[in-house]
Design a protein around this ligand. Structure first.
Ligand SMILES: [Mn+2]
Length: 311
């Protein structure tokens, strides 16, 4: 069975503490479980934290020795796009080297050494990460399980759900269907606010789209669904959202995501969906979180395990 681990973001010390807490131990340099349990990493190994190289090495080593599975997070996707020249515009990159993108990626580039052999090796490994996992007992994707976008991305991936080498360009090109699919699957579902509604984000930028709690069910308003910073929630209208806008979830098996910087005491989002990102790279109170899956069809709060951010 599986132990699923949320976004590590370069916090290798907490990762090792969490593995130890779940009875994993090192054997010949690889973390293994005495009963043969396997880890599933939900992506976002890099950016932000202090030990990004060690984090990737631990995960990669487990994957290559058959002790773990892993999916791609938006930060690995971005890392590849940052390092990949745009075939249509030589000298430019699939992820533009603008200040905002550099700022988000600077700690990784500093730790790995931009353009080094180590950097290249990591990029090559990130490219092997599947976009999602559909296992007999459970499903995994970094941000949003969205059947239509999953069907789209299947046309751009191989039998292991890895992006084809020629698909990276499409997946990085705003407006392309592969781009829209990757945006939703790895970064979450965004929807436009109705009519002329907008809100101001923390930089006072006018926004007309909101990130959504896509896992919510029933009759919902824009305000029920919105994930917006701080006070901005007051600017989101209490108007009903048409039901076809949300993907819904069939509940056939549990689905695990990361990505959402949750706070507080870890618990399932509902009986079939769990988020395991509890902000280990965030402020005080952040946790690195896991879920110990034992084959159940209804998720249980008591199966969550975590360690506190050790800073
Ligand atoms: Mn993420």
């Amino acid at each position: 069975m599986y132990d699923l681990i949320g976004d590590v973001h370069g916090h290798a010390s907490e990762l090792k503490d969490l593995l130890i807490k779940m009875d994993y131990r090192q054997e010949n340099g690889t973390w293994v479980h005495p009963e043969g349990r396997k880890v599933i990493f939900l992506g976002d190994f890099v950016d932000r934290g202090p030990e990004q190289i060690e984090t990737v090495n631990i995960a990669r080593n487990m994957v290559e020795n058959g002790k773990a599975l892993a999916v791609m997070g938006n930060h690995e996707f971005n890392a590849v796009a940052w390092a990949t020249e745009d075939p249509k515009n030589p000298g430019d990159y699939l992820r533009p080297h603008i200040e905002k993108n550099l700022h988000q990626h600077q700690a990784f580039l500093d730790q790995v050494g931009e353009g080094s052999d180590l950097h290249q090796t990591m990029i090559e490994w990130f490219k092997t990460l599947p976009v999602y996992l559909e296992l007999p007992e459970l499903r995994v994707v970094h941000a949003c399980w969205h059947p239509e976008h999953l069907a789209t991305i299947d046309r751009y991936t191989d039998s292991e759900n890895c992006l084809l080498s020629e698909a990276w360009e499409q997946a990085s090109r705003e407006g392309a269907e592969a781009y829209e699919a990757i945006e939703t699957l790895l970064k979450g579902l965004e929807i436009p606010l109705p009519r002329d509604h907008c809100f101001l984000d923390k930089y006072n930028h006018k926004r007309t789209n909101i990130r959504t709690k896509w896992w919510q069910q029933g009759e919902l308003t824009y305000r029920d669904l919105a994930m917006v910073p701080g006070d901005a929630i007051d600017q989101i209208p209490h108007e009903p959202v048409a039901s076809h806008i949300l993907p819904g979830y069939d509940g056939k098996k549990p689905v695990f995501v990361g990505h959402y910087w949750m706070k507080g005491e870890p618990a399932p989002l509902n009986e079939h969906i769990a988020c395991l990102d509890y902000s280990v790279a965030g402020d005080a109170g952040g946790k690195l979180c896991a879920y110990r899956f034992t084959g159940e069809t209804t998720l249980r709060k008591q199966n969550f395990e975590w360690v506190a951010n050790s800073r």
